[in-house]
Structure formats: structure tokens, C-alpha cells
Design a protein around this ligand. Structure first.
Ligand code: ATP
Ligand code: MG
Length: 367
């Protein structure tokens, strides 16, 4: 069992994350793009790749893309035509190498989306409790951090579940968003580092008392947006987990957010609450005259249960324009990851949960 900052991957797991053929890894290593170290497990020496090395790999590729090097190579590849490639005269990698002089293995990794997140500030929301907000927030931020994005996670729930899920257990000693919004603590001073590229503003029980003092503050719904703006330049992505209520704190997070991810468990009561959730969001849009993107994420889906199938069908029909294409299944792995305070990749990198979280992360980042 490892905390997220200590997590390491086997070469096969790395190949899954990078979407490359495992056979390329020794060559990537030779080129210095990925660092393989050895760790003794029992009496076996195992090859491992650290979290930092995985992040460096993606950051390097992103840098190449941002410099326009890969774009030029891919354009050249398109001009070379599919026929030439299928005919075996030149593989895409060879075309790219010829055009740019870059190592072909770098180009091979263009299999991965390396873009800038489409929605920089996101929140996970539902007035109903227990739908999986904290679970999916923590899994999403850890998975996105694995891709080398610089991320700030913000815990807006006094229960502190995001804080616990990210294995930060000293939340009671730290400043929280309460201190930022009520006691004028600078946002940057409430931030703790969890792992390379992953920071957190933790929460503790004291945050449950924020509603009354926040209600009396001037410009109460805009304070959080301003606080987030003060640190936003340091991050690629800012993601908040919220409390299960129509609270002022949650309203202020909506004002600050580019994307609201509504987590809906595929059970009848969760579906029943969706109309209320969606009308609350509509009201917020009108009141604050703010364009807000909304995505509904079905969670805890079990294909063996008729009721789960029915609720998913109703969600996809009634809220078709908002429903995510990713459906997160109910799995023991996600529960286990919560218990062990780590990513599902650390529990079972080949399981349904790891696949669901990877797919969800890509959808929330790029679609
Ligand atoms: N897809 C899933 N498969 C299995 N268990 C899940 C899944 N999603 C969430 N859980 C489990 O459900 C429980 C509740 O999840 P979580 O705490 O994330 O809900 P929440 O919406 O944040 O709750 P609250 O409203 O109290 O903040 C946790 O034990 C979590 O491990
Ligand atoms: Mg929660």
C-alpha cells in the first residue's frame, strides 16, 4: 500500500497510461524520456517507474507539442498519405523522424491527448449525499496529476472526505477555505502539497460553520472566485469537491467554475433529485448571468441490475445534452481505493475502475 506521492508503476502499467506498445519502453529509457529504477519486493528485483518520471514524460511531450514541433511532423505525416504508410514504405514514426529529426519514440506517444484542459476550474456537485462526489474528485485529480498537469484540489466539505481520500490526515491543523473567505487568509497560505504536481486546500469540521459568517460578508458569492483567481496562474486545473447541499459556499463555487460535474448514482432517488439539481444550476446561471457548462456523470452503475439499467436509460434520455459518455461502474476497486486513500491504479491498474477513471479524466479534460 502506498500513498499517491509514493506510487510507482510497472512498465506494463506505464504503457497503459501512455497508450504505447510496451516494447517501446526500453527505447524510451535509452532516450532518457522515462527513468526505470529497480526496487526489491520480497526477494525479487522489480522494474518500476515513479510517479515523477511518468509526469516528466508527459510534460516533455507537451512541451514538444506546445513548441509546435509535433504539429509540423503530423502535418507532414498527413501529406505523406495513408497509402505510403500502409504500403510499408514509411511508418508514421519514420515520417515524423525524417521531418523533424526528433526521436521517433516521442512521436509514437502522440497517441495521448496532450492538450490544455478545456475547463480550468471544475466542481463536483450534487445536493444529494453519497453519490460519489468525493471519490470521483479524488480519483480524477490523481489521474490528471499522473498526466503531468499541475493541479489544485479544493475541499469545500466540512466532512473533509477529499482531504482524507488524498491521504492528508492533518486537516485540523491547516487553514481551510473558511480562513480564506472569513478570516482573510491569503489563498496561497492555505495550500498544502500532496504529491508532485498535486496541491490541496484541505477541509476540516470547522468548515461546517461557514454558512452564517459567509452570509454576512459583502460580495459573498464572489469571494471564492476572487480567491481562486489569485492562485490560478500557478495551475493547469483547479477542482473542488463540494458539500451535499444548496449552500452559499457551493453557490460561490458555481460562480467560480467553468464546468459543473453533477455526480448521479444510478439509483431511483438519485435520479429523482436530478430535476432539482438542474433547476438550481439554471437559476444560478440566470442570477449571476454566467455561462456554466454542466456535465452529468452516472456513477455506481451495475449492468447486472435492471434498476441500474433503467435509471441510466432515463438519465441519458431526459438529460441527453448534459450526460457524459463515460459511465462509472460500481466496483470493489473504487471502494478499496477509498479505504486505502490512493488511486485505483494502485489497487488494480487493469480493472474496470482504472479504465473508467482514465476515460472520465480524458472526457473532463478535453471534451
Ligand atoms: N463507483 C463506485 N463503486 C463503488 N463504490 C463507490 C463508487 N463511487 C463511490 N463509492 C463509494 O461510495 C461511498 C460514498 O462515496 P463518496 O463519499 O464519494 O460520496 P459523496 O457524494 O462525496 O458523499 P457526501 O455527499 O457525503 O459528500 C464511498 O464509500 C465510496 O467508496
Ligand atoms: Mg463527499
Amino acid at each position: 500500500m502506498a500513498s499517491f506521492h509514493e506510487i510507482c508503476f510497472t512498465p506494463a502499467e506505464f504503457a497503459r497510461i501512455a497508450k504505447i506498445d510496451r516494447a517501446l519502453i526500453p527505447m524510451l529509457e535509452q532516450e532518457g524520456l522515462v527513468e526505470i529504477t529497480r526496487r526489491r519486493v520480497g526477494n525479487v528485483d522489480r522494474k518500476i517507474i515513479t510517479l515523477e518520471s511518468v509526469q516528466n514524460y508527459f510534460q516533455f511531450l507537451r512541451q514538444l507539442m506546445n513548441d509546435g514541433v509535433l504539429d509540423a511532423a503530423l502535418a507532414e505525416h498527413a501529406m505523406a498519405g495513408e497509402g505510403a504508410i500502409a504500403g510499408g514504405t514509411q511508418t508514421p514514426v519514420e515520417v515524423i523522424e525524417k521531418a523533424t529529426g526528433i526521436n521517433p519514440l516521442v512521436a509514437a506517444a502522440t497517441a495521448v491527448n496532450l492538450g490544455t484542459p478545456k475547463h480550468k476550474v471544475q466542481m463536483f456537485y450534487n445536493v444529494k449525499g453519497g453519490t460519489g462526489k468525493s471519490t470521483l474528485t479524488s480519483q480524477f485529480v490523481m489521474r490528471a496529476a499522473m498526466m503531468g498537469y499541475k493541479i489544485l484540489a479544493v475541499d469545500l466539505d466540512g466532512q473533509g472526505h477529499l482531504t482524507v481520500n488524498l491521504d492528508f490526515l492533518d486537516g485540523h491543523q491547516n487553514g481551510t477555505i473558511y480562513d480564506v473567505l472569513i478570516n482573510e487568509l491569503p489563498m496561497k497560505d492555505a495550500i498544502v502539497n500532496i504529491a508532485p504536481n498535486l496541491d490541496l486546500i484541505p477541509a476540516n469540521l470547522g468548515l461546517c460553520n461557514i454558512e452564517i459568517p459567509l452570509n454576512h460578508k459583502p460580495r459573498r458569492e464572489y469571494r471564492l472566485e476572487e480567491a481562486i483567481a489569485s492562485v490560478a496562474h500557478q495551475y493547469d486545473l483547479i477542482v473542488a469537491d463540494t458539500n451535499p447541499a444548496a449552500s452559499i459556499l457551493n453557490c460561490s463555487m458555481m460562480v467560480a467554475s467553468d464546468l459543473v460535474n453533477v455526480i448521479c448514482a444510478t439509483n431511483p432517488l438519485s435520479f429523482h433529485g436530478m430535476s432539482l439539481v438542474m433547476s438550481t444550476i439554471e437559476e444560478m446561471k440566470r442570477e449571476f448571468r454566467r455561462e456554466m457548462n454542466v456535465r452529468i456523470i452516472p456513477n455506481m452503475y451495475d449492468a447486472r441490475e435492471v434498476i441500474s439499467q433503467e435509471v441510466l436509460g432515463e438519465l441519458q434520455t431526459e438529460f441527453s445534452e448534459f450526460c457524459a459518455s463515460t459511465v462509472v461502474h460500481r466496483t470493489a476497486d473504487l471502494n478499496e481505493a477509498t479505504k486505502r486513500r490512493t488511486t485505483v491504479w494502485d489497487v488494480n491498474a487493469k480493472g474496470t475502475a482504472a479504465d473508467d477513471i482514465s476515460k472520465l479524466t480524458e472526457e473532463l479534460l478535453f471534451v
